[in-house]
Design a protein around this ligand. Structure first.
Ligand code: PMP
Ligand code: G9A
Length: 401
């Protein structure tokens, strides 16, 4: 039967992160690999009250098929939520999805034909590389620096692309506390990116799971708050509520949301109504904002422990980003070290990270790694950094430039 697979099925590759989740589940392993929220943040107490109420109050709808767009109450709740960031939308601009991962898949389906140029960062979120990759685009990477995607490099490339008749249809970016690098796009670059989207006629896909998780520094406006014509926005409750409910949303111009809705109809008909009612009640009862405050307190402490330990323990020659929020650091080791090759040695020492190559659509990142700080306990962070520093030191002394 294998010979019956489509070309697309043959091209499917395992996600390194999903595979790692299996590998790092042994109890003595300290994993900085997965982008997992800390289970301490899951709102169990509130849900013990809400879940029975959903059954008694909304049971008939919550256990029924729902409309593809999502339950109106939740879409209205999200419209209100986004007003906090000066984004004025209506229910028609919102589509509830089963995780932002589904949102990425739907966005890819409506914009990408085979060979279409699609711009994304180097590094980029692995799940976006997989979602878009199955549609056989020409993925073009633009490097990041401490101020996010280097929009100037894109600006330089676009006229040449236009001369060749290959303008990108979309630019995908995680502008705030990027996964994997932790960096944030400056306001100047955000504005420039929007200007370019008008000049060269492309959509901007703003994937924003992390902006609520700011621990220091001043907020920078989201792209969708700066422009609501060219930006398609992905928000998710995975990192501020619980990923197990798979609740997320797409926001954008009405016409685009309509097309995304058609794509979703073909995918899963609708996202679980039950989970939508749970989330609606959670928001309606005013739990979300205080809940985010608690998460931020916990993660802010973990970020500090991680950064302090890295500073104290890591050898000279290793560098890392100092994100103001989110869940990840991006670390770079001297260029002669291949973090993929080093990985089995880290596993032997019972510590895990994700090697940088996984986040590069077209090569690169061999001497880098992503380090998560939200999941482990403070003691595990200390011990894990200690183990990782031993691995890096050994590798530095073993392989010379
Ligand atoms: N985009 C980014 C940048 C992410 O980091 C993640 C989760 N790690 C997702 C999308 C997918 O999130 P969800 O749980 O909503 O599918
Ligand atoms: O478990 C997943 O696949 C979601 C997390 C993504 C990540 O680690 O970036």
């Amino acid at each position: 039967m294998i010979e019956l697979f489509s070309k697309r099925a043959h091209a499917l590759k395992a996600s390194e992160i999903r595979e790692l989740l299996k590998l790092v589940q042994s109890p003595d392993m300290i994993s900085f690999a997965g982008g997992l929220p800390n289970p301490k943040t899951f709102p169990g107490e509130e849900l013990k009250e809400i879940v029975p109420d959903v059954i008694s109050r909304h049971g008939r709808s919550a256990l029924q098929y729902g409309v593809t767009e999502g339950i109106p109450q939740l879409r209205d709740g999200i419209v209100e939520w986004m007003k906090r960031e000066n984004v004025e939308l209506t229910r028609e601009n919102i589509l509830i999805t089963s995780g932002s991962q589904q949102g990425l898949d739907l966005v890819g389906r409506i914009f990408i034909d085979p060979e279409d140029p699609v711009i994304l960062g180097a590094p980029s979120y692995l799940g976006a590389i997989s979602a878009f990759g199955t549609l056989e685009p020409n993925l073009i990477s633009i490097p990041l620096d401490d101020d996010g995607l280097q929009v100037e490099i894109l600006e330089d490339k676009l006229p040449r692309m236009r001369n060749r008749g290959s303008i990108p249809k979309m630019v995908y970016t995680v502008p705030t506390f990027q996964n994997p690098a932790g960096v944030t796009m400056s306001l100047k670059r955000r504005k420039k990116l929007i200007d370019l989207s008008y000049e060269f006629d492309f959509a901007i896909i703003e994937d924003n799971p992390y902006s609520e998780l700011r621990y220091t520094g001043d907020p920078i406006p989201t792209l969708i708050s700066l422009d609501q014509e060219r930006v398609v926005y992905l928000g998710t409750f995975s990192k501020i509520f619980a990923p197990g409910l798979r609740m997320a949303w797409l926001a954008g111009p009405h016409q685009i949301i309509n097309k995304l809705t058609l794509a979703k109809q073909a995918t899963d008909l609708c996202s679980p109504a039950f989970n939508q009612f749970i989330l609606y009640e959670f928001m309606e009862r005013g739990h979300l904002q205080p809940h985010i405050t608690e998460i931020k307190e916990l993660y802010s402490g973990k970020r500090k422990v991680m950064l302090d330990e890295m500073k104290e323990q890591m050898p000279e020659g290793m560098e890392w980003t100092k994100p103001e929020g989110g869940m990840f650091l991006w670390a770079t080791v001297p260029c002669h070290i291949d973090t993929q090759e080093m990985f089995p040695k880290a596993l032997e020492k019972k510590v895990a990270y994700v090697a940088g190559t996984a986040f590069h659509a077209d090569g690169g990142g061999q001497n880098s790694m992503r380090i998560n700080f939200s999941y482990s306990s403070d003691d595990e962070i200390k011990e894990g950094v200690d183990r990782l520093s031993t691995v890096v030191r050994e590798e530095m002394s073993r392989v010379s430039c």
